[in-house]
Design a protein around this ligand. Structure first.
Ligand SMILES: Nc1ncnc2c1ncn2[C@@H]1O[C@H](COP(=O)(O)OP(=O)(O)OP(=O)(O)O)[C@@H](O)[C@H]1O
Ligand SMILES: [Mg+2]
Length: 269
C-alpha cells in the first residue's frame, strides 16, 4: 500500500510521522520504503544521510525519469529503505510545467517497485504543489497529521476538498486513512478542547492513538537516528509503536485499489 503523508500546514509532524511510522513498521518485520518529496530533505537528513550525499534523489526520478529502483537505498534501520529528496525539487513545478500528465509521474515511477514493499510512504512538503499532487495521485491512501490548534480544521477541510477535485480529475482512488493528532499538549485547555472538537467532527476518520509533545522526538533527527534508536522508551517511541499497530489495522480494512470508493466530499464537510 502506498500512503501519502500530506498537509498544507508546515511543521505539523509530517516528517516525524513518516520516519517514525515507517521505522516502527520495519521493526515489526515489514519491508518499508520511504520516499522524501520535500526539497528540505528533512526525512533523508533525519535518517542520517549527509547533505552531500542526497543524490540520486526523487528529483531525478520525477524530472529525469531515473528508474526508482536506482534511487532506492538501504538505511541503518533493517527493513527500511529510502529515496532521498534534494534541492532540485525546489523548481519541480517550473521544470514539469510544460510536460503533459505532470501529476502522475510518480504513479508511473513507483509502479515497478510497488510489489517489492509492504508499505511505501511519501513524505510531502507543506504545499499543494506538484510534489504532493503526484503523491496523492500515486497513493492508495493518505494520512493528515494535525496539530490541535485554532484554525487547524480549516486547513484539513481545504485539503480534503483538494483531494476530492483530484479524485474527479484523475480518477485517483486515494482515500483518507486517517487524521493523526500530533504534538498534543494535554496541559493546555485549548489543545484538549481542540482534540475533542476534531474528534467530534471527523469521528472514525481520526486515529485513536494521539502523539503528544515529546522533546525526544524533536531531538532524534539532529542525531540522524529514529526515535527507536535514540530513545526507545520515550513516550514518543511508545506512541509511534502503538500508531503502527493502529495503522496496520486500518490498512487491513482499507479498500483495495481499483474498487469504487465513496467520494471524499462527504468527509467532515
Ligand atoms: N510530538 C512531537 N513533540 C515534539 N516535537 C515534535 C513532535 N513532532 C514533531 N516535532 C518537531 O516539530 C518540528 C516539526 O515537525 P516535522 O518536521 O515532523 O513537521 P513537518 O510537518 O514535516 O514540517 P514541514 O511542513 O516543514 O515539512 C520538528 O522540529 C520536529 O522534530
Ligand atoms: Mg516535513
Amino acid at each position: 500500500m502506498i500512503t501519502a503523508i500530506v498537509s498544507k500546514k508546515g511543521g505539523v509532524g509530517k516528517t516525524t510521522t513518516a520516519v517514525s511510522l515507517a521505522a516502527a513498521l520495519a521493526a515489526k518485520g515489514k519491508r518499508v520504503l520511504l520516499v522524501d518529496l520535500d526539497s528540505q530533505a528533512s526525512t533523508s537528513l533525519s535518517l542520517g544521510v549527509p547533505r552531500s550525499a542526497l543524490g540520486p534523489s526523487s528529483a531525478d526520478v520525477l524530472l529525469s525519469s531515473l528508474p526508482v529502483a536506482e534511487a532506492v537505498r538501504a538505511t541503518p534501520v533493517a527493513g527500511l529503505f529510502l529515496v532521498t529528496a534534494s534541492t532540485d525539487l525546489v523548481s519541480l513545478d517550473q521544470d514539469l510545467g510544460p510536460l503533459p500528465r505532470k501529476e502522475d509521474r510518480l504513479r508511473w515511477a513507483l509502479a515497478p517497485v510497488a510489489d517489492q514493499f509492504d508499505f511505501i510512504f511519501l513524505d510531502c512538503p507543506p504545499t499543494l504543489s506538484l510534489a504532493p499532487l503526484n503523491a496523492l495521485v500515486a497513493s492508495d491512501s493518505f494520512i493528515v497529521p494535525v496539530v490541535p490548534h485554532y484554525l487547524a480544521l480549516e486547513g484539513v477541510r481545504n485539503l480534503l476538498h483538494a483531494v476530492n477535485r483530484l479524485y474527479q480529475r484523475f480518477g485517483t482512488r486515494t482515500h483518507l486513512l486517517g487524521l493523526i493528532l500530533t504534538m498534543v499538549d494535554y496541559r493546555t485547555k485549548l489543545s484538549r478542547e481542540n482534540v475533542l472538537r476534531i474528534r467530534e467532527l471527523f469521528g472514525r476518520n481520526v486515529f485513536g492513538i494521539e502523539i503528544r509533545i515529546n522533546v525526544r522526538l524533536a531531538e532524534a533527527p539532529a542525531e540522524g537516528r529514529t526515535i527507536f534508536e535514540y530513545d526507545p522508551s520515550s513516550t514518543g517511541a511508545v506512541a509511534y509503536r502503538l500508531l503502527a499497530d493502529e495503522f496496520l489495522l486500518r490498512a487491513a480494512n482499507a479498500p483495495i485499489i481499483g474498487l469504487e470508493r465513496p467520494p471524499l466530499a462527504a468527509v467532515g464537510s
